[in-house]
Design a protein around this ligand. Structure first.
Ligand code: HEC
Length: 253
């Protein structure tokens, strides 16, 4: 069905209230994506003990570091400054011996009391090291993300983020002057890369060689949605000022 071309259904000619609505959404969603990026840096980014996201971080997060326990990796990484070299060595030796219970009370628990529990029993969301079972859990060989949490994170990620991409794409679909092929590619790309990203977590869980796919996935949807974000804001707020009227119905492009 063809509608008569109006001046209303494209970004440069939108009324003020709908522009404000779209802009509010784009700003909040953009801020949200920046926060998601920051969170990835702080959690996965530190998985190998160094700041910044690398292929190793992704391997450690999903596949695990199968030479080591998480406890050992952390004691050589982001928790390195939390205890003296001797204390760390004692804890690592105990972990490598299978974290036996009989040495806990006399020998190991005091080390945790002195160096770790001021945070690891008070800060929510990190393991509580007053309990032996919890310490034993991080002292086991690190097999990365477990299937349960991977399933949960996957579906939350797919549902939540595809909603954001839907609205970003819907707003961008009203842009003018973007070549038709580029428009369709930009709208479709984030969804494809989002799926690729989630599939890559599962592949990495079973084989570390796939970690680079996660980076490509994240880079792909950031680039495509960033392009739509900038184009949409530009067309809503800067393009209309040059006085030209856009008598196109963008949805017929
Ligand atoms: C100043 C507070 C603080 C102290 C002290 C501290 N930690 Fe942590 N620890 C954290 C925070 C915050 C995290 C989460 C961020 C991260 O993984 O780097 C964490 C994470 C960890 C993790 C990873 C937990 C997981 O399941 O992902 C381990 C293992 C760990 N710490 C071990 C230790 C040990 C062992 C000590 C004592 C030698 C210690 N920490 C002392 C704050 C602390």
């Amino acid at each position: 069905m063809k509608y008569a071309s109006g001046v209303w259904l494209n970004l440069p000619s939108l009324g003020l209230s709908i522009r404000v609505l779209f802009t509010g959404f784009l700003l909040a969603a953009g801020f949200g994506l920046a926060m998601a990026g920051a969170q990835i840096m702080l959690t996965h980014g530190m998985a190998d003990g160094k700041l910044g996201l690398s292929v190793d971080d992704i391997v450690y997060s999903y596949y695990g570091n199968r030479n080591n326990s998480k406890l050992e990796t952390k004691l050589n990484g982001s928790m390195k400054d939390k205890a003296s070299a001797e204390d760390r060595l004692e804890i690592i030796k105990w972990a490598r011996n299978g974290a036996p219970e009989d040495q806990w009370d006399s020998h190991i628990e005091p080390l945790f009391q002195n160096n770790c529990v001021m945070c690891h029993s008070t800060i929510p969301g990190i393991p509580d090291f007053t309990k032996l079972e919890v310490v034993q859990d991080v002292a086991k060989i690190d097999e990365g993300a477990d299937i349960g949490s991977l399933t949960r994170v996957s579906h939350i990620h797919l549902f939540g983020i595809s909603f954001i991409f839907f609205f970003v794409g819907l707003i961008f679909s009203l842009s003018v002057g973007v070549p038709k092929w580029l428009k369709e590619v930009a709208i479709l790309t984030p969804f494809l890369f989002l799926i690729l990203d989630v599939i890559s977590w599962w592949l990495t869980k079973f084989s570390p060689g796939f970690a680079w796919l996660t980076i490509i996935g994240g880079f792909g949807y950031t680039a495509a949605s960033g392009f739509m974000w900038v184009t949409s804001l530009y067309q809503m707020w800067i393009l209309p000022r040059n006085g030209k009227e856009y008598r196109v119905n963008a949805w017929q492009d």
